[in-house]
Ligand binder design. Sequence first.
Ligand code: SAT
Ligand code: MN
Length: 598
Amino acid sequence: MKSISMDEKQETNSFLTAWVKEVAQLCKPDQIYWCNGSEKEREELTQRAIEIGDLEELNPSKLPGCYLHRSVLNDVARTEELTFISTSQKEEAGPTNHWMSPQEAYLKLGSIFDGSMKGRTMYVIPFIMGPIHSPFSKVGVQITDSLYVVLNMRIMTRMGRVALNRLGNSKDFTRCLHGKADLDIKRRFICHFPEDNTIWSVGSGYGGNALLGKKCLALRIGSFLGKRENWLAEHMLIMGVENPQGEITYVAAAFPSQCGKTNLAMMVPPFSQKGYKIWTVGDDIAWLNIGPDGRLWAINPEAGFFGVLPGTSSKSNPNALKTIQKNTIFTNVLKKIDGTVWWEGLDGEPPLEGIDWRGQPWTPASGEKGAHPNSRFTAPATQCPSISPEWESPRGVPISAIIFGGRRAKLAPLVFQSLSWQHGVFLGASMASETTAAATGKVGVVRHDPMAMLPFCGYNMGDYFSHWLSMGKKMKNPPKIFHVNWFKTDDHGKFLWPGYGDNLRVVRWIVDRCQGIGKATRTPIGDIPTSDAIDITDLSLSQKTLQTLFEIDPQTWLEEIKELKQFFEKFENHFPEDLMDELKNLEGRLKDSSKFKV
Ligand code: SAT
Ligand code: MN
């Protein structure tokens, strides 16, 4: 079989060449292409992608280096019901993961991969998750028959020769096999083999199903490795908050997909918050390690952003708009006649006509969405105007606060602080959020989503909670833990809090608390800001709205606890006693809430 590469140097890592050979024997491609990550390679592969219809070039003067990709219609979001953890014991995957035995998975997927690359090229993509010289980074190698995947991985990871150099002769790399096969949803499976450091994904070309460095490696395999090696792989943005004195405090925040991680990470402070600045370190994934100083340090394992487009505007995220003016791949958006792109929620009026995400002629009157609700951009992190000078720091940035948040129309107040690390882990474990278009299935249903990791934890979540507790015990200076809810609504379904840039007001209180200066009142669920502790100048929020934002109704909370207890019980003896104690303590405080003056 022909093996091609534009690189002079032949690959000599025998573990890697043996694996590539084995995969080639299974998938039977016409040729094998080793990616080196060069600019020349990008140009050639992009041309090839245009020829085969994987990409369409967009207006080169208005959007230089930008391309459009349309997925097949049934392949537009992660498919959680087709995603499996394949550990030898079912119990190790736990009650929240789908499980398939490794034998069955290798056999089932193997039969789909068999011969699936006939007539195609098999691309070999060595990549690093994390800064090139960070001790916390990991090497993976993805094999794929999708050029769209190659070009996305180029943006989302450090790929090519640089990864092979880091790997050297080591066998320590995640083996990521991906194939489109026939993109048939009935033959689509995403299987993780944490014990073999291996991922097999077949039958999908989309985002988190196919860019295997992202959710599959950086979260599912990552969380498993983190448990073994004493670190945390989390679904978190990382950002620096600079105050008018020029001091920067770093925070990490976990929200489920499509709950505004990218918007928060790239936030531009409103006029009233003059002197503040947000520095973006990452928008989706954080790898957290304990430093010699007993603090928690975070790196962003990714090199780009794979962000949601609908709703992205100069109001919600001006920095994202600036990031995607060049060298960006747009997936499933509307193409305007001038060769630029549009999605619902972008500034200005909708275009009068265009080609929608399905490839059909579109007008506003057609009653269809122009862009898919989960349409995305892939753009290099370096293009973001707010990218932190520390974003590639090998040791990461020190985290002072961890924020958990979900999309809850009722219940959770705007912000509250946990009483301790253990109580904070309880808050993370109790997270629930309304579902979004990031995954297939019904949208808007409240589901438990501990630490926003429900679809991404690579092992038994009960053990994952214990790991979180044990990490706290190992830190001299653990971050403080908070819970936020930007999405509380009034009785008419209208958001009570303005959100977006104004979220900085809440983040400022969080930072103040970390510095020991923010004022708080104790409530049964945790500490909330005193009425003067959050800067609300220029917001014209009524007293009543503020009250509702911070309202804690013991009765509704007691109902939530009942349901939460049932969820926790699903983990049986894997669920840590300490968190059950937290639940009982909370119940006690709520029943005794007359003791609190809220
Ligand atoms: O999983 S994706 O990478 O497609 C995006 C997300 O759901 O966060
Ligand atoms: Mn995500």
